[in-house]
Design a protein around this ligand. Structure first.
Ligand code: PMP
Ligand code: GLN
Length: 409
C-alpha cells in the first residue's frame, strides 16, 4: 500500500543497494548515495576548506583547446556524434598511441570514444563480467571499480598494495587468480596510491592473465602524469595486445575533468563488445569536446613534458609540507595524489579524521580505507590521500594549516 514508507525503513538492502554500492563507498547517508569525492567536496565548500580531496585541478587546461570547443559549438557541432566517436578524434587517439607507445590501433575498428574513462570502465566490465566471474583488482582500488563490478553481478577479488611503495607482492597476486578470474582490471599509474608499475610487475600480470585465459582491462588515465618512472602501457608487452583493453581520458592530461571525453583501444572484437554496451549507456559522447580533444592530443611533446614537470614540483611542495606537519609521507611516482600515514600524529582512524579535518584546520582530504574492502580498510586505517593538482600558493597554505593539526588532536 505504501511502498515509499516501506523503503524508508528497510530491514534488508534493496537489490540496487546490494549490487551497485559496495563497502568501498563511504556515503554520508550510511554507505548509500554520494561518493566519498562528492561528500568531501561538499564538506569543503560548506566549511570553506581548501579542497585537496576530489582530484580536479584548480586551473583549466590550455586556452587554445577551450577555444577550439567554443569554435566547434559555433560551427554547429551540436548534435549527436557517431556512437563510436568522431573520426578526427579516433584518428588522434590512434596517433597518440603510436607516438608515445608504438601501438597502432585502427581508428575505424579498434578505438571507441566514451563519456570519460568512467564510462569506458563501466561498459568494458558490463560487456565481459557477469555472475560466476571474478574480477581482480589491486586494493586500494578506484571507487567506480567496486560499484560496477557489483552492477555486473561478478565477484570482486583483490590483491593488496602495501605502503611504503605500494607494489604488489607477486606471490599474493598469483594466488588471487583462480579458475573463475575473467578480468584483471589494472590501474596504472595507480589511484589512490600513486604507484607506477614497472615492466616486471606488468610482465607477471600478462603471464598470469594468459595462464588463466583472462582479459586485461587497463585504466591509464594518469599515463602522462609520472615523475621519472616512465609509463608502460600493459598492451605494449609481448603477449598482451590480443587480450587487453586500454582505457584513458582527456580529463587529467589536459586539466579538463569536466569535459568527460575518454577512449578505449584494443582488438576489434573486444572494442566492438564495449561499443555495444556503450550504445545503451550514453549512445554517444559530447560532440564539440571531441574535436577540441583531437586537437589537444596533437600538442607537442613540450606540452606533455611541462604537465608532468609542473605536477612534480607541486608534489614536492605538498609532500614537504605534509612531512613538516608530522605525517609519514609516501611519495608517489605518478598521478596527482600523495598518501600519508597519520599514525605518527597519534591519529589512527583516517575516515573519522577526514570528516573532521575541514572543520579542524580548513583542509579536505580523502581517507584511503574507502578505496578498500573491509580487510584492506583495516590495513589502511590511518592512511589519508591528498590531491596536489592545485596552485602552489594553495598547496603552501594547505601545508601551513596542516602544520597546526598536531596541536589539535
Ligand atoms: N580512473 C581513475 C583511476 C580515476 O582516478 C578517474 C578519476 N578521474 C577516472 C578513472 C575517471 O576518469 P573520467 O573523469 O575520464 O571519467
Ligand atoms: N578521480 C577523482 C579522484 O580520485 C574523482 C572523480 C570523481 O569524483 N568521480 O579524486
Amino acid at each position: 500500500m505504501h511502498p515509499r514508507r516501506e523503503l524508508s525503513t528497510p530491514t534488508a538492502p534493496a537489490p540496487w543497494q546490494r549490487t551497485a554500492l559496495g563497502a568501498n563507498l563511504l556515503g554520508s547517508d550510511g554507505g548509500l548515495g554520494v561518493t566519498i569525492f562528492e561528500e568531501m567536496t561538499t564538506l569543503a565548500a560548506q566549511t570553506g576548506a581548501i579542497n585537496l580531496g576530489q582530484g580536479f585541478p584548480d586551473e583549466d587546461g590550455p586556452l587554445d583547446i577551450r577555444e577550439a570547443a567554443r569554435a566547434a559549438i559555433a560551427a554547429g557541432a551540436n548534435q549527436y556524434a557517431p556512437g563510436k566517436g568522431i573520426l578526427q578524434l579516433r584518428e588522434a587517439v590512434a596517433q597518440h598511441q603510436e607516438r608515445f607507445y608504438g601501438l597502432s590501433p585502427d581508428p575505424q575498428t579498434e578505438v571507441l570514444i566514451t563519456t570519460g574513462a568512467t564510462e569506458g570502465i563501466a561498459a568494458a566490465l558490463l560487456a565481459f563480467a557477469g555472475p560466476g566471474d571474478e574480477v581482480l583488482t589491486f586494493e586500494p582500488f578506484y571507487d567506480s571499480y567496486g560499484a560496477v563490478i557489483g552492477l555486473s553481478g561478478a565477484t570482486h577479488v583483490t590483491a593488496p598494495l602495501l605502503a611504503p611503495d605500494f607494489m604488489p607482492d607477486l606471490a599474493a597476486l598469483e594466488t588471487a587468480f583462480t579458475g573463475q578470474t575473467r578480468i584483471v582490471l589494472l590501474n596504472n599509474p595507480h589511484n589512490p596510491t600513486g604507484a607506477v608499475f614497472p615492466r616486471s610487475v606488468l610482465e607477471r600480470i600478462v603471464e598470469l592473465a594468459r595462464r588463466h585465459n583472462c582479459l586485461i582491462i587497463s585504466d591509464e588515465v594518469y599515463e602522462h602524469l609520472t615523475f621519472g618512472a616512465r609509463h608502460i602501457p600493459v598492451a605494449s608487452l609481448p603477449g598482451a595486445a590480443d587480450r587487453t583493453l586500454t582505457i584513458s581520458s582527456a580529463g587529467k592530461t589536459f586539466s579538463l575533468t569536466g569535459w568527460k571525453i575518454g577512449w578505449v583501444t584494443g582488438p576489434e572484437d573486444l572494442v566492438a563488445a564495449v561499443r555495444t554496451v556503450k550504445q545503451f549507456l550514453t549512445y554517444s559522447s559530447g560532440t564539440p569536446f571531441q574535436s577540441a580533444i583531437a586537437t589537444a592530443l596533437g600538442l607537442p611533446d613540450a606540452f606533455y613534458d611541462e604537465v608532468a614537470a609542473t605536477l612534480k614540483h607541486k608534489r614536492d611542495i605538498l609532500s614537504e609540507g605534509l612531512k613538516a606537519a608530522g605525517f609519514d609521507v609516501f611519495s608517489p611516482q605518478g598521478t596527482y595524489f600523495v598518501n600519508v600515514d597519520t599514525a605518527p600524529l597519534g591519529i589512527h582512524d583516517s575516515v573519522d579524521l577526514a570528516r573532521r579535518l575541514p572543520g579542524l584546520v580548513g583542509v579536505a582530504a580523502i581517507p584511503v580505507p574507502v578505496f578498500c574492502h573491509p580487510g584492506g580498510a583495516e590495513r589502511t586505517r590511518s592512511l589519508l590521500r591528498f590531491a596536489f593538482c592545485k596552485k602552489t600558493e594553495v598547496l603552501e597554505e594547505a601545508a601551513a594549516r596542516l602544520a597546526t593539526l598536531g596541536g589539535l588532536v
